[in-house]
Design a protein around this ligand. Structure first.
Ligand SMILES: *Cc1c(COP(=O)(O)O)cnc(C)c1O
Length: 389
């Protein structure tokens, strides 16, 4: 880490790890990869991740909202970008102007897209998102006929170019669940129906990270992984699949101070020093995505050792117990909250997955909640150059 930094907490993102993971996903699935970069690239930074993924051979980039997709365009991402979750008043005109592939989940969304295309005197690029059983977004079975015939009309009129047909799996992380095959059959039937109506899609996709890695037979033309792009195993019981986590969350020890036996630490003095000890202040808190509910259950890697958080995690800072001898820790020492950062033999740097396990959630939630306050620092990547973001 450079000695000069503007933010207290740094999320270092290894773009070579992103490229490596895109390669793993393509190889294991045998299909092209749509790298999902919603929620600011699961907290990693959408624009640099999208550029790294495309440079590594990803076929396309996926986002939830039109806003996220347009931010990619504004950031210089020129490739195939698709977006699939909209409000009735979403910026379809902007999506058409930016040549986004717009996923539609109802005849009303298709109408809005067609109207935007007509107003602009151009053709909209559309993917039909089919609800094959997740019962979330996607065209409902009861609306399929209306949606499919409207798509066929729009394609025949030249208002719409049908790019793809997609659905999202309910049990992607249970590779053997028979419902995966039910959804695949329903998706294939939707593709056949559209084709029969004269609207044949160019690309079909349903597989998220776990399915891309564990069910290559579900890959149609493309797979659509998110979390695995960032290096986290979507099915931990099946191992790491050779994925490499891209993010290291790190800072420096801000302050070292002595505490006498009995000293209470942080708000409400929920922890008292059992002996005379040395405390280290870590300038990271829940506003940076360090969950307050991890208070007392978090370990920080400093100088090849792990030190426990004591007392409450606050908005901007928390405290670790360095022990009576101070653990050899000095102000300014590198403190890794989680990472793939290397550790001494026999030591283990905590991971985002450890945090998620402790909290009873998934690592998706940990990384996507690293907010805008921590600085993103990029290493590796297409230009091979370190960038700040
Ligand atoms: C988030 C999302 C993905 C990626 O899911 P992962 O489990 O992170 O691989 C794929 N498709 C859709 C529609 C999504 O919303």
């Amino acid at each position: 880490m450079d000695s000069m930094t503007t933010a207290n907490l740094i999320a270092t993102v290894d773009l070579d790890a992103i490229a490596h993971n895109v390669g793993v996903l393509g190889e294991r699935s045998g299909a092209g990869v749509i790298a999902v970069v919603k929620a600011d690239g699961y907290g990693h930074g959408a624009v640099p991740v999208a550029k790294a993924a495309l440079a590594a051979g990803a076929a396309a980039i996926g986002t939830a909202s039109i806003r996220e997709a347009r931010e990619l365009r504004a950031g210089g991402v020129d490739g195939h970008v698709m977006t699939w979750l909209h409000r009735p008043d979403s910026d379809f005109a902007g999506a058409v102007a930016d040549r986004l592939d717009i996923g539609i989940s109802s005849p009303r969304q298709l109408d809005a897209v067609v109207a935007a295309a007509r107003a602009a005197g151009t053709t909209a690029i559309v993917t039909v998102k089919v609800d094959t059983g997740l019962a979330r977004s996607g065209v409902a079975a009861e609306e399929w006929d209306a949606a499919a015939s409207a798509v066929a009309v729009a394609v025949a009129e030249g208002a719409v170019e049908l790019s793809g047909v997609m659905c999202h799996l309910v049990f992607g992380d249970e590779p053997d669940n028979p419902f995966n095959d039910v959804q695949a059959e329903r998706l294939d039937a939707a593709v056949a129906d559209l084709t029969k109506r004269g609207a044949r899609p160019r690309i079909v996709h349903m597989a998220n990270s776990p399915a891309a890695l564990a069910r290559p037979d579900l890959a149609r033309d493309l797979v659509r992984p998110g979390i695995a792009v960032y290096g986290y195993s979507p099915i931990p019981s099946m191992g790491d699949f050779g994925l490499v986590p891209a993010m290291t969350l790190e800072t420096q020890v801000s302050l070292v101070k002595n505490a006498e036996q009995g000293q209470g630490v942080s708000y409400s003095h929920t922890w008292h020093a059992p002996t005379d000890t040395v405390l280290g202040v870590i300038p990271a808190g829940y506003a940076d995505g360090v969950p307050r509910s991890l208070s007392g259950r978090l370990q920080v890697h400093i100088g090849d050792r792990l030190f426990p958080n004591v007392g409450r995690i606050c908005m901007d800072q928390f405290v670790v117990d360095l022990g009576p001898d101070g653990g050899g820790v000095a102000e300014g020492d590198r403190a890794v909250l989680f990472g793939p950062a290397s550790a001494a033999p026999g030591e283990r740097v905590p991971t985002a997955t450890d945090w998620a396990d402790a909290l009873g959630t998934i690592d998706y939630e940990i990384v996507s909640r690293i907010g805008s306050r921590p600085e993103r620092r990029y290493v590796g990547g297409p230009s091979g150059q370190t960038q700040e973001g």
